[in-house]
Design a protein around this ligand. Structure first.
Ligand SMILES: Nc1ncnc2c1ncn2[C@@H]1O[C@H](COP(=O)(O)OP(=O)(O)OP(=O)(O)O)[C@@H](O)[C@H]1O
Ligand SMILES: [Mg+2]
Length: 241
C-alpha cells in the first residue's frame, strides 16, 4: 500500500498543516488515508496525560478522530527528539516505528508519515529523521518556506535526500508569513525547480486559523500538481483490486 513521508526544511514550517490538508483531501475523495507522527516532542500535559499537538491539528483540520495509533513516542520537552527522549528517560528506537508503519500501511489505503523538524534531526545518538526516511521507504514530500531564504534550505534538503537515493514526490512551498513577497516567491519556485529538478506540487497561502478550519481543500488544490500524489494512489488501489 501507498504512502508519503512529509518532511520539511525546518521545524514549524507547515508539515502538520500540509499533512492535515492532504489527509482531508483524500478523505473527501473516498480514500482511506491515515496520518502518523511517530515522534512528537513538546506534547502538552492535560489532566495527567500527554496530548500530541500535531494529532490535535490533524483532527481539527479534518474534523475526524484518529486515536492513539497516530503516535509512537509522545515526549513532553519541546526540543529535538533525542534530547526530549533523554530528559523523559525514554530511548527512541526505529524498530517500533517501522513496525507501526508496516501495520498502518496494511490497514489503510494511504499513509502519511510526518517527521519532526528537518532531515538531520537526531532521534537518538545514532539515527536521524533521514535514516528513518531511508528505512521507511516512502517517497518524500518536502515542505519549505515560500519566501526569503528558501532556495538554500530547500536545495540542501533535496541534496541530502538524493545522496541516499530517496525518492522525492515533490515540494510544497508554504507562505509562513503574511508579508507579500510575490516576486521573490515566484522566482524561488522557478529556481528551486530548475536547480533540484523536483516538481513544486503547489503553494500554501498564509491563512488565519478560521480560514484553515473551514478551507475547501478541492479549491485549494485546484492548481496543485495533485497527479503527483494521485497517480500512485490510484495505481496502488487498482493493483490491490
Ligand atoms: N500557511 C500558513 N498560514 C498561516 N499559518 C501557518 C501556515 N503554515 C503554518 N502555519 C502555522 O505555523 C505553525 C507551524 O506549522 P506546522 O505545525 O504545520 O509546522 P510543522 O512543520 O509541522 O512543525 P513541527 O516541526 O513542530 O512538527 C502552526 O501554528 C501553523 O498553524
Ligand atoms: Mg508538525
Amino acid at each position: 500500500m501507498k504512502g508519503f513521508f512529509i518532511t520539511g526544511t525546518d521545524t514549524e514550517i507547515g508539515k502538520t498543516l500540509t499533512t492535515g490538508l492532504i489527509v482531508k483531501y483524500f478523505l473527501e475523495e473516498g480514500i482511506d488515508v491515515f496520518p502518523y507522527k511517530p515522534v512528537q516532542s513538546g506534547a502538552i500535559r492535560k489532566n495527567d496525560r500527554l496530548v500530541a499537538p500535531d494529532m490535535e491539528s490533524y483532527e481539527r483540520i479534518t474534523k475526524c478522530t484518529f486515536g492513539e495509533e497516530v503516535n509512537t513516542y509522545v515526549l513532553e520537552t519541546p526540543s529535538s527528539p533525542h534530547l526530549a527522549a533523554s530528559i523523559d528517560g525514554v530511548s527512541i528506537e526505529l524498530k517500533p516505528i517501522l513496525e507501526q508503519v508496516k501495520k498502518l500501511r496494511n490497514a489503510h489505503e494511504l499513509l502519511l508519515v510526518e517527521g519532526a523538524g528537518g532531515l538531520i534531526v537526531p532521534l537518538n545518538e545514532e539515527a536521524t529523521i533521514l535514516d528513518l526516511i531511508d528505512q521507511v521507504s516512502l517517497p518524500v514530500i518536502l515542505v519549505a518556506r515560500a519566501g526569503l531564504g528558501t532556495i538554500n534550505h530547500t536545495v540542501l534538503s533535496v541534496m541530502a535526500l538524493k545522496q541516499r537515493n530517496i525518492q522525492i514526490a515533490g515540494i510544497v512551498l508554504n507562505q509562513t508569513s503574511p508579508d507579500e513577497m510575490l516576486e521573490i516567491e515566484k522566482d524561488n519556485k522557478r529556481m528551486i525547480e530548475r536547480i533540484t529538478e523536483v516538481p513544486i506540487i503547489g503553494m500554501l497561502p498564509f491563512m488565519t486559523q478560521d480560514t484553515m478550519d473551514e478551507l475547501n481543500v478541492k479549491d485549494l488544490f485546484k492548481n496543485w500538481k495533485m497527479e503527483v500524489l494521485k497517480e500512485d494512489v490510484q495505481s496502488e488501489s487498482a493493483a490491490a483490486n
